[in-house]
Design a protein around this ligand. Structure first.
Ligand SMILES: [Zn+2]
Ligand SMILES: [Zn+2]
Length: 351
């Protein structure tokens, strides 16, 4: 079956909560960055009636839900395709997730591991701690603003990373990768998304007052790429259904598109005429071949149950095995004098 690739950012705040851009401005910034779609996720408010095409960019509306009474803050949930206001359910995380599923929606644990910055109360860590819940679609593996927050250990570093933002982005936190592998090992099926968490705020750091991370810049950094079963055709309902189907199925990878576009990455598994894509299960009939293609030569690692089983520095990696397990791919590239995370795939489940 043919697959069609689209790139988007799906964790973005507007003036409907604590962001600084309108929905139209967010769509315009996404267009400037070359994205196909953008999903806004304002805090505890689902904004109806603003979704649709803004020129060539499809803007969809999700929500980032959390319990405002909870101190310290924790458990931010990104909700998509629930098409209704679910914030009143925030106090009971499992009931909220169940309601999302009941509505045919999908949801991800936002920034599950975070490091606080001492530079302000609003830069506190907001991790996930409700690990007893189940039924969510996946996790936000890499969140650009979350990574920056952890780097702002003092004003000097904040000014440095504000001036050279590309220096700060390195990859998902090891703790997030480890927890994801642990959950996968327990039998959970969890795909991944990566995003900006863009707010467009202006900060004052001594003599420097500037919008630290403009929307359009962040939309060139960590994005989510999806593979759909049909091309987008400009019809909002049709295209929304395709994007959400790809997310629900886990045909996704997290791509850091600033060093080089991750467009064209593919990861699939084959066993005697059967093919499985990311997010899918492959029932073995004898040997299987896992195939990875990257748009440029890079340091590609194929992992089985969290352990590297094959590695390549070329654009292609083929690995033949008879071993069942959860397979996923991590790709690293040198950028700004360091090896940095570039691509993190959702898993293929080999039975
Ligand atoms: Zn959040
Ligand atoms: Zn957020």
């Amino acid at each position: 079956m043919s697959l069609y690739e689209y790139a988007g950012n799906l964790h973005v705040h507007t003036t409907s909560s604590d962001g600084t851009a309108s929905h139209a401005e967010v769509a315009q910034a996404a267009a400037e960055a070359g994205l196909d779609f953008v999903i806004v996720t304002d805090h505890n408010v689902w904004v109806d009636g603003v979704g649709g095409y803004y020129d060539d960019v499809l803007l969809l509306v999700g929500e980032e839900i959390h319990d405002e009474d909870r101190k310290p803050q924790a458990n931010h949930l990104l909700v998509f395709n629930a098409e209704g206001e679910l914030a009143p359910m925030a106090a009971d995380t499992q009931a909220l997730i169940d309601e999302v599923n009941q509505r045919g929606g999908i949801c991800y644990l936002a920034h599950p591991f975070e490091r606080a910055s001492p530079l302000g109360a609003e830069l506190c860590a907001i991790p996930w701690d409700a690990w007893q819940v189940g039924g969510y679609t996946g996790i936000e593996l890499w969140n650009t603003m979350s990574e920056f927050k952890g780097l702002m250990r003092n004003k000097l570093w904040a000014v440095f990373y504000a001036t050279f933002p590309g220096m700060g982005i390195r990859g998902p936190f090891r703790a997030t990768l480890r927890k994801w592998d642990e959950l996968l090992a327990s039998g959970a099926r969890l795909s991944v998304v990566g995003s900006a968490d863009a707010h467009g705020k202006t900060y004052s750091l001594g003599p420097l007052t500037r919008q630290l991370f403009p929307y359009a810049h962040l939309f060139r950094c960590v994005n989510t790429h999806v593979l759909t079963h049909a091309p987008l055709n400009g019809d909002v309902d049709h295209d929304r259904a395709l994007i959400y189907d790809a997310l629900r199925s886990g045909r996704t990878w997290v791509g850091y598109d600033l060093p080089a576009s991750t467009e064209g990455f593919r990861f699939h598994a084959h066993s005697v005429g059967i093919e499985a894509q990311m997010g899918e299960e492959l029932a073995r009939t004898g040997a299987i071949v896992l195939k990875v293609e990257t748009p440029l030569a890079a340091d590609t690692k194929l992992l089985r149950d969290g352990v590297v089983v094959a590695r390549s520095r070329r654009k292609k990696l083929d690995y033949t095995t008879v071993d069942p397990g959860v397979y996923r791919v991590e790709v690293y590239r040198r950028f700004r004098w360091e090896g940095r995370g570039w691509i993190f795939s959702s898993p293929i489940y080999v039975k």
